[in-house]
Design a protein around this ligand. Structure first.
Ligand code: GLA
Length: 419
């Protein structure tokens, strides 16, 4: 007959037809938080590097900074541990356990610590036999692991896809979503499924959006401009029209913010913040919040840019057109407003000038006579523009122009005209 784990797997497969949508009510706007992976990786050397290793100190220090330095109040609420948190083996009962030396007080303690600061705890597992870093995976333990996370008070799960059979994912990932729901604890579900199955065959994003709150669908972000630009180009191309399934509850995830790390110039940091806002992307910082420079902190906390990202309409912005290395993106916002980004991908030479005519920006001028345009990073008013009026913008090499356009009611314009 079957062993216990095979049986669990078979039962999971039989349950699939009753798994409908994730339906956990979470992530009505793109989730925001912090994730250790890009900056701290799999540093498990707490003896020699106690401040930077994956252990409770790093997580607690980060939570302290998030609460004290304005990040939490700006919306960054998840503190998410990535790979390498576990002991190398499950316990005698088959339960996952945190590494006892690096997390001496366990995960429940850490979840309580976050909750006491009005923060949320995220955790990482893998759909396969082992995580990407070689720690115990959830294969054959989906139900048990979902319950363990709920018992610990975890608020988010990133489920990676290393060491797994790709053909199992379209069943296995929804099954884990089902088990998470079944715990009764609202747990944000971040899937890496399309990042593993995405290349080549057509990806069924509608199916993914039924099961996951957010999902990685491209290569891991690295601390470099080439990485950021590559991700933006992938999102600009929008294969299988993945942008269309984004909306309240479901988000494409281009990976963590590397603002404040080592690889990006100031202009390039602004590009990542601005484009992640336009792309309605989850905003997970991966940076040392204890040593971040004030200018990077201010960028991460920029209210106007965050508001573009968090707009309740939840539409993912898209690329309108490209002229050489300059590209224009728009994102519809609530109340018939828009965000507009012009990205200069050229890293040579001097700033580029570009003339925008608002009639050509996919803005809806139906019943709207003009838009009031404000630069988003600094809040500088740029004026009122009808469909025909032109705005000249200057964009630095590997830089961005970002603005918000709000329709002006006709009566306000009449007042201006009568002046
Ligand atoms: C994969 C993921 C990364 C990170 C690592 C951890 O590469 O895509 O985001 O979670 O695994 O090992």
């Amino acid at each position: 007959m079957f062993d216990a784990s095979t049986l669990i797997w078979l039962v999971s497969c039989m349950l699939l037809p009753v798994i409908n949508s994730l339906d956990n009510g979470l992530a009505r706007t793109p989730p925001m938080g912090w994730m250790d992976w890009e900056r701290f990786r799999c540093n498990i050397d707490c003896k020699n590097d106690p401040d930077n290793c994956i252990g409770e100190k790093l997580l607690m220090d980060t939570a302290d900074r998030m609460a004290a330095d304005g990040y939490r109040d700006a919306g960054y609420r998840y503190v998410s541990i990535d790979d390498c948190w576990m002991a190398k083996q499950r316990d005698a009962n088959g339960k996952l356990q945190a590494d006892p030396e690096r997390f001496p007080r366990g995960m429940k303690f850490l979840a309580d610590y976050m909750h006491n600061k009005s923060l949320l705890l995220g955790i990482y597992e893998d759909f396969g036999t082992r995580t990407c870093g070689g720690y115990p995976g959830s294969e054959f333990f989906l139900s048990d692991d979902a319950q363990t996370f709920a018992d610990w008070g975890v608020d988010m799960l990133k489920l990676d896809g290393c060491n797994a059979d790709k053909t199992d994912m379209s069943v296995g990932y929804p099954t884990m979503g089902f088990f998470l729901n079944k715990t009764g604890r609202p747990i944000l579900y971040s899937c890496s499924w399309p990042a593993y199955t995405g290349s080549g065959a057509k990806t069924d994003y509608k199916l993914i959006a039924k099961s996951c709150n957010m999902w990685r669908n491209y290569a891991d972000v690295e601390d470099s401009w080439a990485s950021i630009y590559g991700i933006i180009q992938y999102y600009g191309k929008n294969p299988d029209n993945f942008a269309a399934v984004a909306g309240p509850g479901n988000w494409n995830d281009p990976d963590q913010l590397i603002i404040g790390d080592f690889g990006l110039s100031w202009e390039q940091q602004r590009v990542q913040m601005g484009m992640w806002a336009i792309m309605a992307s989850p905003l997970f910082m991966s940076v040392d919040l204890r040593t971040i420079k004030p200018e990077s902190r201010d960028l991460l906390l920029n209210k106007r840019v965050i508001a573009i990202n968090q707009d309740p309409l939840g539409v993912q912005g898209s690329r309108l057109y490209q002229l050489g290395k300059v590209e224009v993106w728009t994102k519809p916002l609530q109340k018939k407003s828009y965000a507009l980004a012009v990205l200069n991908g050229d890293n040579k030479g001097t700033p580029t000038k570009m003339t925008l005519t608002f009639g050509e920006t996919r803005f809806d001028f139906n019943g709207v006579y003009a838009y009031n345009v404000t630069e988003a990073f600094d809040g500088k008013p740029l004026g009122i523009f009808s469909a025909k009026e032109k705005l000249q913008v200057t964009i630095n090499p590997t830089g961005i122009f970002l603005a918000v356009a709000v329709p002006v009611p006709k009566k306000d314009l009449e007042h201006l005209w009568n002046k």
